[in-house]
Every structure is written in structure tokens, then in C-alpha cells.
Design a protein around this ligand. Structure first.
Ligand code: ATP
Length: 959
């Protein structure tokens, strides 16, 4: 098997990619002084063509004919001797007795990778077994017979063989390194088949040594195969080829050779690898001549084998030089590319290294100058500084924990995960406002002002808050209390919480517990968890920076029921004044005093608040607003805020009282004012668009522009302008006309002018008026229609009151007689009534009968009449017992033939004995009905009434 001679000291990689390099390494001899001796090397290094000097050449030189055979043999022996130093001397080849020119029959050696050039060495291995690695099977087939024949042949007739490049299989890319498969296939070929695969032109190679399976060849001159003599090993007849005669002084040849040398020199400059090779080769090159230069260039280039074979086959020296020039030029390009790649990579590496070094240097310098300590020390110092300021107020056990953690921090590796856990823990511990309380303001008048400033009405609520402040003033400190504001959405619970904080000069923090299911949100995670965080209360203290803030816990009635513990119980610990002086957060692991925190909770429905929590709270109910209050809130608070927020000036818009009333009655009937606020915002957005479309800009810079225009010394025809401004409102900027620099009373004129200009700006805008008639343009069609369907309620029809999701509404209860006959007394009900309401209707029927019996004992109406009771809006399901008294009144009205007052509505459950039960949420209904239907009275309040009915004139009503 065949192996490249990648000898020690020469990288195998290089041997694989540049066979000539491997050759050089295998044949390296002492090169000291070679550079100085070699004319070609000097030529290449200096860029000048040296004068050809006759000298003894290492190998035969057919082209120049210089050097005797004896000398060549001597050189070969010297080489062989040196290379084989310390090895078996019997393996050395005896000096050739036969002159190369006399050698006409040679063993043909197939070369797979590159042709052998005259004057160059090529080591080959001839092995009897297959080496599976393609990369070392470079030059020679494995063939025991061949090796034997070569040895015998060299002893018998002379140490010569023919080295011929193998042709590629058809369709094979010559640029792709052949694999061991194709190599092994060539070794299977014998005789003519092998001959067919060889290039005709090759090199007569002198076998300088055979040592074991290593055969060292040196190229002598070109030969051509003429015939086959023997098949195994393949022996061929050859013709000796000589270069065509050429003129040494021919300009083209000279110029081409100069260019080759100059290119070689350039390559040499950029490629240090080449320098080595050139040194090695040039010392054995012998005299300089053109054909040798061409061979040299081609041989050391990394060109593919076909291009090299082309050079080998070319006998015209000038053409050969040109071919070589192409190859070395390509080599130069590759060399440049190599250089740039190397440079880029080097830059990248050195850039990073440089930055690293500079950073390290900078750190060291800063440390040396005391400008910066290392990370750990800096951190510790930061934490110590923070806690130093609070040392007096901070509880001793907390100080001890901090100290321990700081010591631990110093011992930990900065890159360890525990370091970051400790650092975060210390960060939280030191940032909390230990014992840091804000000064409270117990001025009742001041608080009253603030509460009135922020909210209209709510007298009870404000009174309760003032009481709380008064107690705080007398005690000297306000105790941590839990106030719970309950009421429908949008009645101002959250905003009152904010106002209380402002009134007391406490910091305000709000968090919602609606849907909160994880106890860790309140109590924090244990520090051992990845990404652990303290609970909401600790976060609150960090964010407000004082230990006595007002904390608003929103939507407490919507607290979730968690899988990870019970949030309600956790909240209990937080809110309970008995427990919260030592509130323990899982993350912080040291007790925090929350007893000075004022907790305000909000809830829509207090029934939904867990009872242990409710037990500890002081409930303040906010019922909702009646129409009158809503108008005030809308006018004085919502409209004002919205106008400012939308950048509209007060003079540019007017929303009439009618419009506000219509808005409240037909669009925003709910208890709160959030929806009303949204509608007002909608109106103002539309007005803003309208104003901008009219070309209005409330940008203050426009006024300044006008003022600047007036600062010029100029006179102004005020009378004319005043006339003009009324006739043309869009000319605010055109006021600097009729300027007369000679006018003496400029100041006065300018003053008038400024007033005029601002008036023009104001007057140029058409005021937008929103009234009842155009309200629909701003907020769309009304959502609610008037519920009154009778101007005068007929006999058997009574207005009732009902509760719904919007708060409440009125509904009519109608009773009609279907037929009257003896024994037909019965009741039919319709109107999607639920079971409770149906039962209520039956009760009403019985009670009515009893009442009529009592009032008009002779009236047989109920005994004889089949009645139909209907509650209109049949598509809406209705249920509940509270329509009892309304139904009785309706039936009695029919029975007695007397109508009910038109402005009378009622509600209340009636027992079978005729007693009216208290109604839940009467206050609620009161507000709605009083706000929506003027003149309707409620007859049932929270006290227990005995049912009676009154007939006044032609009317009937219950009492
Ligand atoms: N009496 C009032 N005077 C002035 N503005 C009020 C009044 N009541 C409510 N508002 C305003 O109504 C808006 C809604 O109030 P807020 O958000 O406090 O309602 P809420 O009761 O907390 O509602 P929810 O239960 O949905 O949280 C706020 O802009 C608030 O300023």
C-alpha cells in the first residue's frame, strides 16, 4: 500500500494538501547556507534574474545539460547517505552505471496525485497490503511484485523507472481528491488496461533509495510511452523528450520569466510557508534556466494535477512559462485570500483579548487608586450604608440577620447561585423602611377640605373618616384600622381611599385581591424557591418607603379560593391588629410591624367577604347616587376633569342641565358614576374633534406668536381691526397690519392689540352647545326608554318596584277579569314569573279576598271572578316575593273598580295574614326610583307594616 512520506517535523496536513511539501520534508538535507548558494532563491527573493551560473546540480539536469553524470550520482549518493543516516546501508541504491538517455525500457509507476517534475524528489511507499486511509495512499500502488521488480531492475540495468500520472475516470472531477476506492481500483489494473489509464508523457525517475517499502524517486527528464513491453509489472518502452529549442534572449520569454519570478516573490512575501519550501527546493535546483524555472513554479504551486500535467507535457519553453505563470498567479491570489482570512481571525481574537486585558487593567488601576473595590466589597458597603441610616429604628433581630447575611456574602463565590439569593435577600432587608413613619396630619378641617374637594356628597362616609381622624388627634396616633367601603361599582370607593390617604398625609398603596388564589402573593415565597419574591405587603413598604401607609385592598369580596393555602386566612393575619404587629413574610423571615398601617378595603357585596375578615372590619356603605347628586358630580367633578384632560377651554363648550339630566336618565342609570364619566368623556372627545376640524388650536404658543408680532414698533389701526375681527373670525394671525412706525402711543396700542388678539382667538371658535336635542349626536341612541306606559293607571293596574342588575326599575302589575260566574273564582298568572312570584300571586289573591271581605262583606267579586294577573315585559324572567303588596293592590283596584294614583309605586312581600315584611336593599331602590321617576313614592320601608289599604276618593292604595 502506498503512503506519503510525511516525516517528522513536517505537518501531515501540509503533506496531504501540498504533496511537494511532503517531498521536501522527506528529502530535506542540511540547508545551512542554501539560501546564499541558490541563484533561483536569490532571484526569487530579490526579484531579479540572476546570471546563469554553472554549478554542480543535485540531480540531473537534462534541459541545461549542465553537470556530469558522475557529479549527479555523487549528489544522489550524498543525499541518500544523509537521508538514510543510521539506517540499513544495504538498502541504498548503487550509483547508476547507465546513463538516463540510454534507458529505453522502464517499469511504469502510476502516480495518482501529481506528476513528478524533473529535478524534484518524490518519496513513495510500495506496500503489500492495503492501508485503508485515503489520505496517506497518495503516490503509489500497493504491489509486492512491483517492489521486487524495482529492486531487481535497479541492480541489473540501472535505478530508473518511469513515473506517469494516472488519468481520471471519465466524469470524475480532477479537483476532488480521489478516495481509496478509486486508488485500489487502479491497483487492480494490469497490462494494457493500466497503460490506457496512464498519461503518455511522464518523467524518467531515478530511484535514489529503496529502504524497506520506501522508494525515493528523483525526476530526471520528460519521457513519452511508446509501447508496452511487459504486463506485470507494467514495463514500457519510452522516448526521451527534450524542450524545443528557444532563444534565451527572446523578450517574451524573458518578460514571462521575470513575471513568474516577481509573482513567486510576492507569494513568498505573504506566505511564510513558501519561504521554507523555496529554500528547500532552490538549494537542489541547480543552475537557473527558463525550463527549470517553469517546472519549479508548477511543482511548488498547489494547482490540480491536470494543470501540472499540462505543464509537464509542454515542450515549448515560452508556453510552459506562461502556463506556470497562470499557476503562480493563482497561488498569489490564494495567498492573499489566506492572508486576509488570517488577518480577520487574528483581529477578532486580538480584539477580544485586548478588551479583556484592558478591562482587567482598568479594574486593577481603579482598585489601586481606591476608586473601586471589588464587587463583593462594594455590595457589602452599599448594604451597610443603607442600614446605617436606619440603625436606631431597626429592630435588633433584623440587624443581626443583616449582619449574618453580610458575612455570608463575603464567603460566597460571586458566580454562585447562593450569592445572588443572599444579595437579593439583603437588598430587600435593607431597603425596607424599618421604623420610618411619615408625619400624620390630624387637622380635621384640612381633611374636610380635601374630602370635599375630591368628592361630592357622601356625608356619612366623610363624617366617619373625620371621626377617625379626630380620635387619632386625641390619641396622638391613628391606630391601624380596617375600614371597608362597600357599595355598587363606580360610587367612588377607591377614590375615597385615595382621598383619605391625602387627608391624613399618608402614602397610598393599592392592590387588588380580586381572583387572588395564591397565598404566596400575600405572604411571599420561601427563599429557597427559584425566583422567590416577598409578598404584596413587603413590596408595598418598599415602594412607599414609610411604615405607616394607607393600603387599599380592592375587591376583597372577590378573593379567590386557592389550591395553595387559603388567601383569606393569610389576609386575616395581615389585617388583624392583634396579629399584624408581627407579620411574618415567608421570604423576609423576620417579623414586620404593620400595626401602624391603615387598611381600607373595598367590596361590592359584603355578604361575599369571608366572615372572619368581615368581623374585623368597620363597614361604611356607599349606597349610590340619586339624579340630583349625579348632576352635581357630573357638573363639578367629572365634567371639569374631563374638560381639562381633553384640552378644551371652558368658553368653548357648554353642556346644558337638560343634557346632563337626559344623559343620567336615559343612558347612565346605574348606582355609580363611572358610566356617566365615560359618557362625558365621549362627549368631550367628540367636541374636541369638532373644534379641531373648525381649525381651533388651544396651543399657548399661538398667543405668544401674536404677542411677538406686536412687540415690533408699529402702530395699529385698532378701530379698523375691531370692526374686522367681528366680520372675519379666522384672522387671528393677521392682526399685524396697518403698521406705522412713527406712531407715538405704541404701548397703549399694543395693550389694546393683545386684548383684541386673545378675544379674536376666543371668538373665532364657535361654542359647542350640547343640549337634550343634540345629545344623541354625541352619545348615540338612549339605552333606556321611559317605563311609564300609562298616563293614568287604569283600574286593576299598579306600578311596582323591582331590583335588577342596573339597580332597579319600575314595572306594572295588571289584573283583568276573564269571566264572572258562580264558583268560578280563580287566578291565572302570566309574564315569565318564577315559582316564588307565582306563590306570591296566590297569597295576594287570598289576602285580597280577605281584605275585600272585611271592607265590603257583600262584594262577591273574588268568589265569582276568574282573574288574570300579568306582569308586562313577558320576555324578561321575573321572580321574588316583593311584588306581593303590588299584586294585592292591583286585585283590590279591580275588585272595587277604583284606579290607583298614577305616581304611586310600591314593593314589599306580604304574608298570608296581610303583614308586609321588611325589604332588603330598600335604600338602593329608593335612590334609583327617586332619581328616575319624579313623583313616585315608595310605600314600603324597612319597618314592618301591617297591610291596610286606603280608599281616598276614587283611588285605592295600600298603606
Ligand atoms: N362623590 C363623588 N364625587 C366626585 N367623583 C366621584 C364621586 N364618586 C365617584 N366619583 C368618581 O367616579 C369614578 C369611579 O370611582 P371609583 O373608581 O373610586 O369607583 P369604585 O367604587 O371604586 O368602583 P369599583 O367598585 O368598580 O372599584 C372616579 O373617577 C371617581 O372620582
Amino acid at each position: 500500500m502506498l503512503r506519503a512520506a510525511a516525516t517528522a517535523g513536517f505537518p501531515a496536513r501540509l503533506a496531504a494538501t501540498r504533496p511537494w511539501a511532503a517531498t521536501a520534508a522527506a528529502t530535506r538535507v542540511g540547508v545551512a547556507g542554501a539560501e546564499a548558494r541558490s541563484p533561483l532563491f536569490r532571484a526569487v527573493r530579490c526579484g531579479r534574474v540572476p546570471v546563469p551560473v554553472k554549478r554542480v546540480c543535485f540531480c540531473s539536469d537534462d534541459a541545461s545539460g549542465s553537470g556530469s553524470e558522475a557529479e549527479a550520482a555523487e549528489g544522489a549518493e550524498a543525499e541518500g547517505g544523509e537521508a538514510g543516516e543510521g539506517e540499513n546501508a544495504s538498502s541504498a541504491i548503487a550509483p547508476a552505471s547507465l546513463r538516463p538517455e540510454d534507458c529505453h525500457t522502464v517499469i511504469a509507476l502510476p502516480l495518482l496525485q501529481r506528476p513528478l517534475f524533473p529535478g524534484f524528489y518524490m518519496p513513495v511507499y510500495v506496500k503489500a497490503f492495503l492501508v485503508p486511509t485515503a489520505y496517506i495512499a497518495l503516490y503509489f500502488p500497493q504491489d509486492p511484485k512491483l517492489l521486487q521488480a524495482l529492486v531487481e531492475n535497479s541492480k541489473r540495468s540501472g535505478p530508473y523507472a518511469g513515473a506517469f500520472l494516472v488519468k481520471d475516470d471519465e466524469g470524475t472531477d480532477p479537483n476532488i481528491v480521489s478516495n481509496s476506492e478509486s486508488e485500489s481500483s487502479i491497483h487492480d489494473l494490469k497490462g494494457k488496461e493500466l497503460l490506457k489509464r496512464l498519461h503518455d508523457v511522464g518523467t524518467l525517475a531515478q530511484i535514489t533509495r529503496i529502504q524497506g517499502d520506501l522508494v525515493v524517486l528523483v525526476g530526471r527528464h520528460r519521457v513519452r510511452i511508446t509501447d508496452m513491453v511487459a504486463e506485470d509489472p507494467l514495463t514500457v518502452k519510452i522516448d526521451h523528450l527534450k524542450e524545443l529549442p528557444y532563444d534565451k534572449d527572446d523578450d517574451v520569454i524573458k518578460a514571462t520569466s521575470f513575471e513568474v519570478i516577481s509573482t513567486l516573490r510576492d507569494v513568498l512575501k505573504s506566505n511564510s510557508l513558501w519561504k521554507d519550501q523555496v529554500q528547500t527546493y532552490t538549494q537542489h535546483m541547480g543552475d537557473f534556466n527558463y525550463p527549470r524555472l517553469a517546472d519549479f513554479g508548477a511543482a511548488i504551486s498547489g494547482a490540480n494535477k491536470l494543470l501540472c500535467q499540462e505543464v509537464l507535457e509542454e515542450l515549448d519553453v515560452c508556453k510552459r512559462l506562461k502556463l506556470t505563470l497562470e499557476l503562480v498567479k493563482k497561488e498569489l491570489e490564494i495567498s492573499k485570500l489566506q492572508e486576509s482570512i488570517a488577518k480577520t481571525i487574528e483581529e477578532k481574537i486580538t480584539g477580544e483579548q485586548r478588551r479583556y486585558l484592558l478591562n482587567a487593567l482598568l479594574k486593577a488601576i481603579k482598585k489601586e487608586l481606591g476608586l473601586e473595590t471589588d464587587d463583593k466589597t462594594a455590595l457589602s458597603e452599599k448594604f451597610r450604608e443603607r442600614i446605617e441610616a436606619k440603625k436606631d429604628k431597626c429592630p435588633p433581630d433584623v440587624l443581626q440577620v443583616i449582619e449574618e447575611e453580610l458575612t455570608k456574602l463575603q464567603l460566597l463565590e460571586a458566580s454562585s447561585s447562593e450569592f445572588s439569593v443572599t444579595r437579593n435577600y439583603l437588598d430587600w432587608l435593607t431597603v425596607l423602611p424599618w421604623g420610618d413613619y411619615s408625619d400624620e396630619n390630624f387637622d380635621v378641617h384640612h381633611a374636610q377640605c380635601i374630602l370635599d374637594e375630591d368628592h361630592y356628597g357622601l356625608a356619612d362616609v366623610k363624617e366617619r373618616i373625620l371621626e377617625f381622624i379626630a380620635v387619632g388627634k386625641l390619641r396622638g396616633s391613628s391606630q391601624g384600622k380596617i375600614i371597608c367601603l362597600s357599595g355598587p361599582p363606580g360610587v367612588g370607593k377607591t377614590s375615597i381611599g385615595r382621598s383619605i390617604a391625602r387627608a391624613l398625609s399618608r402614602k397610598f398603596y393599592r392592590f387588588s385581591v380580586g381572583g387572588l388564589a395564591d397565598v404566596a402573593e400575600i405572604k411571599g415565597h420561601r427563599r429557597t424557591y427559584v425566583g422567590a419574591m416577598p409578598g404584596k405587603m413587603v413590596q408595598c413598604l418598599k415602594s412607599v418607603g414609610t411604615a405607616n401607609p394607607l393600603v387599599l385592598i380592592d375587591e376583597i369580596d372577590k378573593l379567590g379560593r386557592g389550591h395553595w393555602g387559603d388567601p383569606a386566612s393569610a389576609l386575616l393575619e395581615l389585617l388583624d391588629p392583634e396579629q399584624n404587629a408581627n407579620f411574618l413574610d415567608h421570604y423576609l423571615d423576620v417579623p414586620i410591624d404593620l400595626s401602624k398601617v391603615l387598611f381600607v378595603c373595598t367590596a361590592n357585596v359584603i355578604e361575599m367577604i369571608p366572615s372572619p375578615l368581615l368581623d374585623r372590619m368597620e363597614i361604611i356603605s356607599i349606597a349610590g347616587y340619586i339624579t340630583d347628586e349625579k348632576i352635581h358630580i357630573a357638573r363639578d367633578y367629572l365634567e371639569k376633569n374631563t374638560r381639562e384632560a381633553s384640552g378644551i377651554k371652558p368658553g368653548q363648550v357648554e353642556v346644558t342641565d337638560d343634557a346632563l339630566l337626559a344623559l343620567i336618565e336615559n343612558y347612565c342609570r346605574e348606582a355609580g358614576v363611572r358610566n356617566l364619566q365615560k359618557h362625558i368623556e365621549k362627549i368631550y372627545r367628540k367636541i374636541a374633534l369638532k373644534l379641531v376640524r373648525q381649525g381651533v388650536s388651544n396651543d399657548p404658543t399661538r398667543d405668544i406668536t401674536i404677542m411677538e408680532a406686536n412687540e415690533k414698533p408699529a402702530s395699529f389701526d385698532v378701530a379698523t381691526k375691531l370692526e374686522d375681527k367681528n366680520s372675519n373670525n379666522s384672522q387671528a394671525e393677521d392682526v399685524s397690519v396697518n403698521l406705522n412706525p412713527s406712531d407715538s402711543s405704541l404701548e397703549n396700542i399694543n395693550a389694546v392689540f393683545l386684548t383684541t388678539a386673545s378675544e379674536i382667538v376666543d371668538k373665532s371658535v364657535e361654542k359647542v352647545v350640547v343640549n337634550e336635542s343634540n345629545l344623541g349626536d354625541f352619545v348615540g341612541k338612549p339605552l333606556f326608554q321611559a317605563e311609564r306606559i300609562y298616563d293614568q293607571t287604569p283600574v286593576g293596574v299598579v306600578m311596582g318596584l323591582a331590583w335588577n342588575s342596573m339597580g332597579g326599575s319600575t314595572l306594572y302589575i295588571e289584573t283583568a277579569k276573564v269571566e264572572e260566574r258562580e264558583g268560578k273564582g280563580m287566578l291565572v298568572v302570566t309574564g315569565q314569573l318564577g315559582d316564588v312570584m307565582k306563590e306570591s300571586a296566590q297569597i295576594a289573591h287570598t289576602v285580597s279576598r280577605a281584605v275585600l271581605q272585611e271592607k265590603e262583606p257583600n262584594n262577591p267579586f273574588f268568589a265569582k271572578s276568574k282573574l288574570h294577573l300579568h306582569v308586562p315585559a313577558g320576555a324578561t324572567p321575573k321572580d321574588g316575593p316583593s311584588a306581593g303588596c303590588t299584586m294585592i293592590t292591583s286585585m283590590l283596584s279591580l275588585a272595587m273598580g277604583k284606579s290607583v294614583k298614577k305616581d304611586l309605586a310600591m314593593t314589599g312581600e306580604v304574608t298570608l295574614t296581610g303583614r308586609v315584611l321588611p325589604i332588603g336593599g330598600v335604600w338602593f331602590l329608593h335612590f334609583f326610583f327617586a332619581s328616575s321617576l319624579v313623583g313616585i313614592y315608595m310605600i314600603c320601608v324597612n319597618t314592618l307594616y301591617c297591610f291596610s289599604f286606603e280608599i281616598s276618593g276614587s283611588h285605592v292604595s295600600s298603606k
